[in-house]
Design a protein around this ligand. Sequence first.
Ligand code: 5GP
Ligand code: MN
Length: 345
Amino acid sequence: MELNLLTLEETATLRNLLSHATHIVICAHKSPDGDAIGSSLAWMHYLKQTGKTDVRVCMPDATPDFLHWLPGHNSVIRYDRHPREVEKAFREADLVCCLDFNQNSRVDAMQEVLESSKAARLLIDHHLEPDTGNALTISHPEMSSTSEIVFRLISQLDGYRDMTKPCAACIYCGMMTDTGGFTYNSSRPEIFYIIGQLLAKGVDKDEIYNRVFHNYSPNALRLRAHIILNKMKVIEELHASYYTVTKEEMTQFHFIKGDMEGLVNVPQQIKGLKLSISLREDTEKPSLVLVSLRSCNGFHCQPMAARFFNGGGHADASGGKLHCTIEEAEQIAIRAILYYKDELQ
Ligand code: 5GP
Ligand code: MN
């Protein structure tokens, strides 16, 4: 099966970048999800397997608890905890690999550190509209995940034979989380061919599923149930749904990072629903509302995320943020839904 993504010229550029790199930094977006952290760690494992000894994974902030088991996770350096160490890594780097994000602003507070680095930059991503100006941009929005791209790159660089089980597990986790357990963005035969290749490395897919998706505390499950039961609004004639989550509610249910992960997908279980919006108050910054959007049944939420929520992402899974109160955010969501009423009807 054809897995190669790069042209001959791109392959030569990548080989050249890698062969000249001795101090390598890998980074991904703020609030790393399974794909961001999975692809970053897989790329780290691969680079180490090729003999690189100085490969550092630097993340803007914490990974949710349900991903801490990922092989190599304990070596990740968090910018919010160890800014000096991260600054030093970026300063010393001769290659910076940016995984699973398209715009520098997605690394949030780490943006300045990233931009001040003199290192050559390699972008590996699957979001729409990537920033340019990299030594090599490997951007494939048609791919399920950055982890899938990483697999294909390793394979194209003849690294599959030596791929370790930890590396394979990281890739599997990223592909699984970015496709909702292979329920969307995952209909291409190559994806299941790749899964087969990962299983051949000894990856236990059921164990990974349990670690990631069956990891809620009782409080987290109650918070999720509360939102669906008491907060979800459905505008049936426009096949749209939204909910708000306040800081108070999160405190009430002892919220920890990751507890709300994927909840925005749940309203999509309503027959015919085209759009689901999640509006959640940030736990730290006041007047910041985090927005998640999901679409299906022919509607695409990415333009809405860009126009109304200062964001973007994928055609059917986008996000953004609003600097306002949760009540104002709700009004913006209603306006956004009405703006697209002809497409949603
Ligand atoms: P989530 O809803 O899981 O937080 O994010 C879904 C997708 O939306 C992410 O994969 C990312 O592509 C995109 N996204 C989330 N937040 C932002 C943001 O603030 N800006 C942009 N441009 N994209 C975002
Ligand atoms: Mn991703």
